[in-house]
Design a protein around this ligand. Sequence first.
Ligand code: PLP
Length: 285
Amino acid sequence: MSRIAYVDGRYLPFREAKIHVEDRGYQFSDAVYEVCEVRGGRLIDERRHIERLQRSLGALRIGMPMSPRALGVVLREVVARNRIGYGLVYLQISRGVARRDLAFPVPEAAPTLVVTARLLNLARNEALAAKGIAVISVPDTRWGRVDIKTVGLLPNVLARQAAIDRGAREAWFVDKDGFVTEGASANAWIVTDGGALLTRHADHAILRGITRMVVLDAIKAQGLTVEERAFTLAEAYAAREAFVTSATQLVMPVVSIDGRPIGDGKPGPVATALRREFHRYAEAG
Ligand code: PLP
């Protein structure tokens, strides 16, 4: 079955799904995106993803190309046309097509909306979670507003490739003061020796992960201790457990950082329990 993409009002086979060379997303990364998990054909946390999208668009003064309700219809249609049971749906909105110039186009261009979807392999993800992943640390060279989910991901691209080159799977960004900000494609967490969960507070230096929010709620509901504060790489090395959260990795245990085993070098009980809890939450819809 050939994949179908939505491009500016049309559902097209992938080979015909193209955007203009002067699209500002292509020229300047002047675009934002969202990635939402799909289960049983349902979008997980659609409302929160659309709210974050509206926040990103608002911060960049890009217009919403359609109402949230209409956007939901398009997202579900792309999921259905691609027969996604378990997978992800991706959407991107750029400031539109205009003669190449840094300033916003006058008059405003119509924003470009692209939606794609693809299958994920749940069994493979579960096998990965049972083993846990290796992480490397890299300097955080990103701009100061990574809370806006823009497609400008070059530092993330380089960080993830550096991880792969060093036999790891994810990279954690470390700011100039030695604090971990987040992963190249996920939020970063540790469990301290005292059993407290730590993840960086939601400032401009991290993306406000939707999975992070769900996990924070689960932690609070279970009466566990959680602190939203920056932690250093040294604290991470000494942690009892570490893990990352994202819509596609869910709760993914981290078993080593920069080649140093975390805890006993195996997925920890807190991360494993939170992953189970996330599955329960997503299945309950
Ligand atoms: N941080 C970064 C840099 C990301 O790219 C992502 C997800 O792609 C996340 C955090 C996690 O966000 P979410 O849980 O909404 O997927």
